[in-house]
Design a protein around this ligand. Structure first.
Ligand code: 4AD
Ligand code: MG
Length: 436
């Protein structure tokens, strides 16, 4: 085959071209070699593989070029694809020719160990490396699977505004901005808008960024994160929980199906992940959770919000995600439905992930009573003018409804087995990080 009509392919398609000569646009990750062979570790954004340049088989200037390539230089490599059973990818290229596209000098992320802060300062480059690559590919699967799942279930997606005048999740975590002379806030949640949507379209979900000015520097908190918020008219809490667990199991199944390579790159235990697709997930009342914690040596009183050690214990106790249901009203937002028998509780549920990943979903049935919600807003010192439209939903054909919010980055962290939530964001935003 003449040079100009060689197939130009991507690394991921190499298995289909075994024995053929192809051309691929790549970057050089690493290189090692001897006097006779150069091993080029290559990537092209679809996969990672190796190009082998044998001095005996190529023109002398090609071997020289290979020896001089710098980390992260971009190039076209031409050569024959062959099987390589020693690598996890399973294929490599016997390189015949190299064409330099863009040179690279003093690439800052070297093979030596770097500190985490450094890697996040260099996030724009670090994205090219195995861990962010695999993590963000899995994130992409979760996003795609979310749309598939809710479309199959008959939901429609609505985009809630991000500039708002309200603080439904409490006033302490707001990012305030100036909106033509009046204060506005970056949205904490799309939920209230989703509730209006559910009254118009029955089953809806919003999926967008949420902002929380959380001062807490934990491995689970971002100041900007993405949330999927389904809201369903005529659903009670039981139906909502059944939907939630099916959704979470579906997400895990799709990652297992589509991201085998990435799970291997991250060394995630796939059998363990598969065990989390077994339904149902246990339901444990808040009351019983407090007792269970006390019986196991935790110093917790009824009424507290669980912290990381408590959440970790509870989900690990069941070795799978677990719903904690019916929390104390005092620690939950105003819109949650009062428990019919226990005025100190609300009909809510948090889904806690095992292995220390904590709360991945928060949700509830919504109170339907106009006067009650108005009084709750007043108690919180919220502006009734701001929430008039929300109260209207209880004035014109109020119906039982329920919904929940899944934090995308929490879910990514859980599925990938990452230590810290910052790994799950493209360019993470945290208390001390606004750049790059
Ligand atoms: O529990 P939260 O605050 O619930 C809501 O916002 C409701 N309006 C949801 C609803 O019912 N429609 O947040 C929901 C989820 C949490 O379970 C967690 O996964 C994630 O959003 N989350 C965060 N993720 C990263 N960083 C933060 N600071 C987060 N705060 C919440
Ligand atoms: Mg919550």
């Amino acid at each position: 085959m003449s040079e100009h009509n060689l197939p130009t392919i991507q690394i991921i398609d190499a298995p289909k071209y075994v024995g053929q000569t192809v051309k691929i646009g790549v970057w050089l990750r690493q290189k090692r070699g001897s006097g006779k062979l150069a091993f080029l570790q290559l990537r092209d954004g679809t996969a990672f593989f190796q190009g082998v340049v044998a001095k005996a088989d190529v023109a002398p200037e090609v071997f020289e070029k290979a020896k001089e390539l710098k980390q992260e230089a971009s190039l076209y490599v031409t050569g024959e694809i062959r099987q390589d059973d020693r690598s996890s990818f399973g294929y490599e290229m016997a390189v015949q020719d190299i064409e330099l596209i863009g040179d690279s000098h003093d690439y800052p992320i070297t093979p030596k160990e770097h500190g985490t802060d450094f890697l996040f300062d260099e996030r724009h480059l670090y994205l090219r490396h195995v861990k962010p690559f695999a993590t963000l590919k899995i994130r992409n699967t979760l996003i795609a699977a979310t749309y598939e799942f809710f479309n199959q279930e008959g939901f429609i997606k609505l985009d809630a505004p991000l500039l708002t005048g309200s603080a439904p999740e409490g006033t302490t975590e707001l990012f305030e901005t100036d909106y033509f002379g009046q204060p506005a806030y970056l949205s904490q949640t799309g939920q209230l808008y989703a509730e209006a949507g559910a009254m118009a379209f029955s089953k809806v979900f919003t999926f967008g960024p949420a902002f929380r000015a959380e001062k807490s520097k934990t491995r689970r908190h971002l100041t900007e994160f993405w949330m999927i918020e389904p809201e369903m008219a005529f659903y009670d809490q039981e139906r909502s929980l059944a939907l939630q667990e099916r959704y979470v199991a579906y997400l895990i199944e799709k990652v297992l199906e589509r991201n085998d390579q990435e799970l291997d790159l991250l060394k995630r235990d796939k059998d363990l992940l598969r065990s989390y697709t077994q339904l149902p997930y246990p339901r444990l009342s808040y009351d019983d959770a407090v007792k269970l914690l006390q019986d196991n040596g935790f110093d917790v009183d009824w009424g507290i919000d669980f912290g990381s050690p408590e959440e970790t214990f509870l989900a690990n106790y069941f070795s799978k995600p677990v719903f904690i249901v019916n929390f104390p009203k005092a620690i939950k937002p105003f819109y949650m439905k009062r428990h019919p028998k226990r005025p100190d509780l609300v009909v809510s549920a948090d889904l806690l992930a095992p292995e220390g990943y904590g709360e991945i979903i928060g949700g509830s049935e919504r109170d339907t009573d106009y006067d009650y919600l108005k009084a709750e807003l007043e108690k919180e010192g919220q502006s009734l003018e701001e929430y008039g439209w929300y109260l209207d939903l209880r004035k014109y054909g109020s119906v039982p409804h329920a919904g929940f919010g899944l934090g995308l980055e929490r879910m990514v962290t859980f599925v990938t087995g990452e230590e810290h939530i910052r790994e799950a964001a493209f360019f993470p935003r945290m208390t001390h990080r606004l750049k790059p």
